[in-house]
Design a protein around this ligand. Sequence first.
Ligand SMILES: Cc1cc2nc3c(=O)[nH]c(=O)nc-3n(C[C@H](O)[C@H](O)[C@H](O)COP(=O)(O)OP(=O)(O)OC[C@H]3O[C@@H](n4cnc5c(N)ncnc54)[C@H](O)[C@@H]3O)c2cc1C
Length: 473
Amino acid sequence: MTTIAIIGAGFCGTTLAVHLLRRPPVTPLNVVLINRSGLLARGVAYGTRTASHVLNVPAARMGALPGEEDGFLQFARRQDPKVGGASFVARRAYGDYLESLLADAAVRAGSGVRFRAVVGDVNRILPLAGGGARILLSNGDAIGAERVVLSMGNYAPGDPPVAAGQRSFYSSPRYVANPWRPDALWVVKPEQPVLLIGTGLTMLDIALDLRERGHAAPIYALSRRGLVPQAHRDLETPPVYDEQLPRRMLAQPTARNYLRAMREAVIVHERAGRDWRDVIGAVRAVTPQLWQALPLRERQRFLRHVRPYWETHRHRCAPALGRRLQAEIDSGALALIAGRITGYDESVEALHVRFRRRGGKAEEALAVGTVINCTGPDNDTRKLRDPLIGGLREDGLLRVDRLGLGFEIDEHYALLDHDGRATPWLHYVGPFLKYRDWEATAVPELRRHVAALAAVLHRELGGAREAIAGFAS
Ligand SMILES: Cc1cc2nc3c(=O)[nH]c(=O)nc-3n(C[C@H](O)[C@H](O)[C@H](O)COP(=O)(O)OP(=O)(O)OC[C@H]3O[C@@H](n4cnc5c(N)ncnc54)[C@H](O)[C@@H]3O)c2cc1C
C-alpha cells in the first residue's frame, strides 16, 4: 500500500485529498491528512466565525476544483438562494463547502483507497534511506509515508521591528502578536483606543471584528505608506482586457517597465471610461511568466518599490467592506497613519507608541490600550521559527529562497534541497510558491497548483492515463 501524507488540512491539503480520493494515482492507496487542530478544511482563512469576514473573491470564482468552477456558487445557493455569482459570501461558508467536498470524496472513495484524518502537529520529517519519510508529531506519534506533501499554509505575522532595548514590548500583555488566534481580541477593552500595525486586508479584518464586538473607541492603523486595500468594482459589467499589455511588459522585463506599462494602460483604460481593475485582470493569467522573466535584481526592485501598490490593487476587498472602511476613515473613527514607529513606553494605564509620519521629522505619540500586529502572513523561511521548517533546513531538504517569499520548488512541486536537487518524495503546494510564481495566494491560483500536483502524483505513481488527462497541468 502506498501512503501519501499531507501535512496541513486547509484549502490546499483538503482539495489535494479530494483529488486523490476521487481518482487515486495508485491502488491500494492510503491518504493521511494531518492537521494541527481538529478543524479540517478551514485553515486560517475559513476558520473565522465573524460575519463581516467575507470572501474577497466573488462566489462564482471560488470553486475549489478546476472544471467545477461554479461548485462553490452551487453550494452557497443551496444554503441561501439569494447568493449570486457576484456575491461575496461569508468565509465560514467556504469552510463548510470544503468540508462537504472532503466528506463526500471520503464516502465515495473506491475500495482500494483508505482515508485517515489525523489531528497532530508535525514537527519533524525524517527521510528514510530508500525514499519516503517518517513523520514525527509533537505528541510522540510517527507516521510512515512514501510521499509527503507540505501544505502548511500561511504563517502568522512576524513581529514588527523594535529598537534593541525594547524587546520586552513583545511580551507585553498589551501586544497581540498573532491576530488570527481565536482568543486574539479578548484582551482588547472596548473603551480603549487600539493601534493596528499594518493597513492591509488583515487590518481590515481586525478592525471589522473589533466593531462587531462593540469596540467604540478610536482605531489607529499605521504602516509605512498608509495604503489600504482597494475594493472590487461593481461586477455587473464584464471586464475589458488589453490583450497586448503582457507583450509590452515582457518586451523589457524590469520592475520599472512593468510599472510604466501598467500605468499607461490604466490611463488609456480610464480615458475610455473603463475600470483600472481590468488592467490588473489582464495580467492575472500570465503573472508567473512576467515574474519569471524578471532577473533577480529586478525582482528585488519590484519587492522594494512596487509590492505595496501591487498588493493593495491586486488583492482587493468586497465592495461593501470597502465602503465600510471608507466610512470609518471619513468619520475619523479609524485614523490612518503613514509613518514609522520609533518606540514604545508602557505605563499602568496604556501603551505609549511613538512614531514619525512619513516625510515628517517630529516625533508624535499615541496612547492605546492594545497594539495588534496586522502586518499579514510571514512566509520568510529565512527567519521563521517553526520546528518543521527548521528541521527541513537542518537536514538540507529545503533551499531557502533569496527573496524571503518561500522555498525553492521545481515545476513538479518537489522541494529543492540545499544543493538545488529535487527531492522526489517531498512536495509542496501553497503560498510559498510565491518565490516561483509570485501570485500563489488566492483560490483561483491555488486550485490550479493543487490540481497540477495531483497530476504529478498520478504520473509518478503510475496512475491511468485517462485519469491524468482530467487534471490541469
Ligand atoms: C485571513 C485570510 C483570509 C483569506 N481570504 C481569502 C479569500 O477570501 N479568498 C481567497 O481566494 N483567498 C483568501 N486567502 C488566501 C488563502 O491563503 C488561501 O485561500 C488558502 O486558504 C491557503 O490555503 P493553504 O492550504 O495553503 O493554507 P491554510 O488554509 O492556512 O491551511 C494550512 C493548514 O495547515 C495546518 N498546519 C500548519 N502547520 C502544521 C503542522 N506543522 N502540522 C500540522 N498542521 C499544520 C494549519 O493548522 C492549517 O489548518 C485568505 C488568507 C488569509 C490569511
